[in-house]
Write a protein that binds this ligand. Structure first.
Ligand code: FE2
Length: 234
């Protein structure tokens, strides 16, 4: 999990493979993130179509070092165990999410916010609770993998007022810490393709416009939200 850190000044720009996978009414985005200098790679939230993922690994000529899990919902962990077993690699999930969800798997590693290296890529977890108690976004270079925390068009569902307050705090944190040129890679799309610039999401996403927890929570939890619309994935 930890390596000998290479100087940050060494150039690297991770390759981000966008994998759109589906089963039934569910469509998810999985990501294959590869260090071009070593071909070491990580997968983010693999689900639904192992053949698509394995083909992407082959096409990228990438060796899988591990699987990053943003949270423990079924559509984000669907293929985590079988792929970790097949490739003999670790699964990473926040300690908070493991405790809250009860998720267990061989090779599961509970993480905090300490970064680690995969090849020359620095993987930096950011704890961003709200959708679930232990949701994590992963920052790799200028790419943020957000699971169900931040979508281009919105943010994840929050199961109550306290969770909505946590989500507000998490989104405020992203606003403080992310560079405008960061590319946002969510677990789902509701219209816009993955990889939007954070600078654009900041302007266009209504959930990033609130100034206080109460106003945010009232909007996030507003009545009359259509379940059909919530699950209309692109
Ligand atoms: Fe989720």
């Amino acid at each position: 999990m930890s390596g000998n850190p290479l100087p940050r000044s060494m150039p690297y720009a991770p390759e981000v493979g966008v994998l759109r996978t589906a089963r039934g009414s569910m469509t998810n985005y999985n990501y294959l993130v590869t260090d071009p200098s070593t071909r070491r790679a990580v997968l983010v939230d693999p689900a639904w179509q192992a053949d698509v993922i394995e083909q992407a690994l082959d096409d990228a000529n990438a060796g899988l070092d591990g699987i990053l899990l943003t949270h423990a919902h079924p559509d984000h962990i669907d293929l985590a165990k079988p792929l970790a077993t097949k490739y003999g690699c670790p699964l990473w999930m926040s300690r908070e999410e493991i405790a809250a969800s009860g998720f267990r798997a061989p090779g599961l590693v509970g993480i905090d916010e300490n970064a680690w290296w995969v090849g020359r890529m620095l993987v930096k977890p950011l704890l961003t609770p709200g959708h679930t108690p232990g949701c994590v976004c992963y920052l790799i270079g200028d790419n943020l993998f957000t699971g169900d925390v931040l979508f281009a068009e919105g943010c994840g569902i929050c199961p109550g007022v306290d969770a909505a307050h946590q989500m507000f705090d998490s989104l405020q944190r992203l606003k403080r810490e992310l560079r405008p040129q960061t590319r946002i890679y969510p677990g789902h799309s509701f219209g816009k393709p993955p990889g939007q610039l954070f600078a654009d999401v900041l302007q266009e996403n209504i959930y990033l416009q609130f100034r206080d927890r109460q106003g945010f929570a009232a909007f996030r939890l507003r009545p009359g939200q259509s379940r059909a619309k919530l699950f209309t994935f692109h």
